[in-house]
Design a protein around this ligand. Structure first.
Ligand code: ADP
Ligand code: MG
Length: 321
């Protein structure tokens, strides 16, 4: 199977999207955005052995490659529309590709995203890059930089579950709780509906990919503020606390990555409406702290500053570059 046969077999599904003037098959895709909306472009890459362990199921690789991008779109408060796929493969294995494409289209279909093009190459290891384009009402995109002192700090879902799931993938775990944690890592749910509702209510947003402390720190730095996380307010899932002891559960929640939950800040006047919006969506949204004037990010337990766990994953951290 050469590159063109591969594209034809797995990635040429006909788009039923009227706004795709020209999809897979030409030198470029032609897309017709809705008049008067801002476009939002994101891209994220998964490298075999770096972003998921070797032997990770192909369907989950495909699903995650889309989901992590959907999460960035959610953090911008945007609606996902179209994606392209740059795929580097060590070998063209039909079973792997079939499952990969299945997971990819499954995540895309859940949110009405159309695959409109890509690039396919051979290389020494599997690298999957998805670019996603979304749209949002003019000037309504959520940013990291909008938090103000006094704003409340929220997180959706249960941070730490996915990192615990990744750990269990490595070490093994066969309880129902372990299976739930592993599922969180394998198939993250991008919080698109919450992001969209938050455009009118939140002052700033970021999705949690590198770990709560790391990502909240980025939001606060972009906003030029400090902030506090009250550790006892962290929502810990029953799956997490029944599988790991309290210090490890807390470390996963504060430092673990791969959650793809949203961190949002809201002015005190808007906070109740934001909580209500999440409630209507059936999504837990927990107030975990507040934005302060300065002083960086502090994690408080019973009012006392605790050591912040290791920052999230950083590529090239040990390279000296
Ligand atoms: P070009 O040589 O003009 O870059 P290619 O021959 O690489 O085009 O690709 C042919 C067509 O297949 C293009 O429309 C491209 O967007 C699409 N394509 C290539 N790889 C993929 C892929 N992995 N997924 C979806 N579409 C792809
Ligand atoms: Mg060309």
């Amino acid at each position: 199977m050469d590159e063109f046969e591969l594209i034809r077999r797995y990635f040429s599904r006909q788009a039923g999207d009227a706004d795709v003037v020209l999809g897979v098959g030409d030198d470029g895709a032609v897309l017709r955005p809705d008049a008067g909306r801002d476009l939002v472009a994101v891209v994220d890459t998964l490298v075999d052995g770096v972003h998921y362990p070797a032997g990770f199921p192909a369907g989950d690789v495909g699903y995650r490659a889309v989901a992590v991008n959907l999460s960035d779109i959610a953090a911008m408060g945007a609606r996902p529309r179209w994606m392209t796929l740059a795929l580097t493969l060590a070998a063209a294995e039909a079973d792997w590709l079939e499952a990969f494409a299945g997971g990819l289209y499954e995540a895309a279909d859940e949110h009405g995203v159309t695959l409109v093009g890509g690039d396919t190459t051979s290389g020494s290891q599997t690298v999957v890059s998805v670019q996603l384009i979304g749209d949002v009402e003019p000037d309504r995109a959520l940013r990291r930089s909008g938090a103000r002192p006094g704003d409340r700090l929220f997180v959706s879902g249960f941070p730490g579950d996915a990192a615990a799931g990744l750990e269990l993938l490595r070490t093994g775990g066969d309880t129902p709780a372990a299976a739930r944690l592993i599922a969180k890592f394998r198939r993250p749910a991008a919080r698109l509906a919450l992001g969209s509702r938050a455009t009118a209510l939140a002052s700033a947003a970021i999705d949690v990919s590198d770990g709560l402390v790391d990502d909240v720190g980025k939001l606060l730095a972009a906003s030029g503020t400090g902030g506090v996380i009250h550790v006892e307010s962290l929502p810990l899932s029953e799956s997490l606390t029944s599988t790991f002891d309290a210090p490890r559960a807390r470390a996963f929640a504060l430092g673990g990555g791969d959650d793809y939950e949203l961190c949002l800040t809201a002015a005190p006047a808007d906070a109740p409406a934001l909580v209500e919006a999440a409630d209507e969506l059936g999504l837990p949204l927990t107030e975990i702290g507040e934005v302060t004037d300065g002083g960086g990010l502090r994690c408080l337990e019973a009012g006392r500053v605790i050591d912040v766990p290791e920052p999230g994953y950083r590529h090239f951290r040990d390279s000296g570059a």
